[in-house]
Ligand binder design. Structure first.
Ligand code: PTJ
Length: 246
């Protein structure tokens, strides 16, 4: 039990969620390392949702609301950190959640499915060998996707990504939204919209933005025209450089 008065209580709580995810068979042990890398970058952005992330969240909301077939991709870390938010986001967008793992095992796929169902998830997709398509140029089991999910999607939400998949999805003409604390990662650089923030903060903020935009959907397309992911990443680098030098 973490004492809420501990100066690093929030960070320690997030760590515990990942450790619990590993114990429950949801998160891979490699997910612990990914979490550590994320923590280091979170430190550099002040462990807060910064203006560059807010702008990306606003654009992501517009893109998701304008999508014909949005799909939310989930892995072992994102399932452990934000299961409730995944279900709420899927309900708001009326879209499926696709389990797509780097360290893929049927046991972990089923554990994640069960976990999300406990939070009320209805449409969960897993690539079996029947309704499955292969995405070229991906050198991991993540290349296997469902025909009705990621293969058909025009917009894919892929937080905590491992690299080559975002590039391959974009090459297929899909728009990719990622949440990645590392602005230098290939995913961050190749995605259509990169939210540089901790998933545990970005998900609730995205949900709030989508609820707001659903009530007033004017100017969503303008928001996308004005959005420039390269400039956003430049803003992140400037922020981090200033933060370090101060
Ligand atoms: O469950 P699996 O088998 O699909 O595996 C998932 C992981 C995350 C282990 C796998 O995709 C992987 O190894 O990812 P990487 O290459 O370590 O990349 C993860 C990225 O997510 C890194 O750039 C981290 O900085 C970032 N990251 C880690 N934790 C968070 C995060 N970004 C946002 N929020 C976090 N909480």
């Amino acid at each position: 039990m973490i004492d809420p008065k501990h100066p690093r209580a929030t960070s320690l709580k997030i760590r515990d969620q990942i450790v619990d995810g590993v114990k429950q068979g949801i998160t891979s042990t490699h997910g612990l390392i990914a979490q550590g890398r994320g923590e280091a970058f979170d430190y550099l952005i002040g462990e807060q949702t910064q203006p560059f992330a807010r702008k990306a969240i606003e654009a992501a909301s517009a893109l998701l609301l304008m999508a014909k077939h949005p799909v939310l991709s989930v892995n072992g870390n994102s399932a452990a950190l934000t299961p409730k938010e995944y279900v709420e986001l899927a309900n708001l967008l009326n879209c499926p959640i696709e389990i797509n793992l780097f360290h893929r095992t049927p046991e972990r796929e089923q554990a994640i499915k069960k976990h999300l169902e406990q939070f009320g998830a209805k449409q969960i997709l897993i690539a079996d060998n029947v309704n499955t398509k292969t995405i070229p140029a991906i050198a991991s089991p993540r290349k296997q996707v469902t025909a009705d999910g990621i293969a058909k999607a025009d917009v894919v939400f892929v937080p905590l990504e491992d690299g080559d998949r975002t590039e391959a999805l974009v090459k297929l003409g899909k728009k990719v939204i990622t949440v990645d604390l590392n602005p230098l990662s290939r995913t961050a650089q190749k995605a259509t919209i990169t939210i540089v923030d901790n998933l545990v903060r970005a998900m609730p903020a995205l949900i709030t933005q989508i609820k707001k935009d659903k009530k007033n959907s004017k100017n969503l397309s303008n928001r996308l025209v004005e959005y420039n992911n390269t400039l956003i990443l430049q803003e992140v680098s400037n922020f981090i450089a200033k933060h370090i030098s101060s």
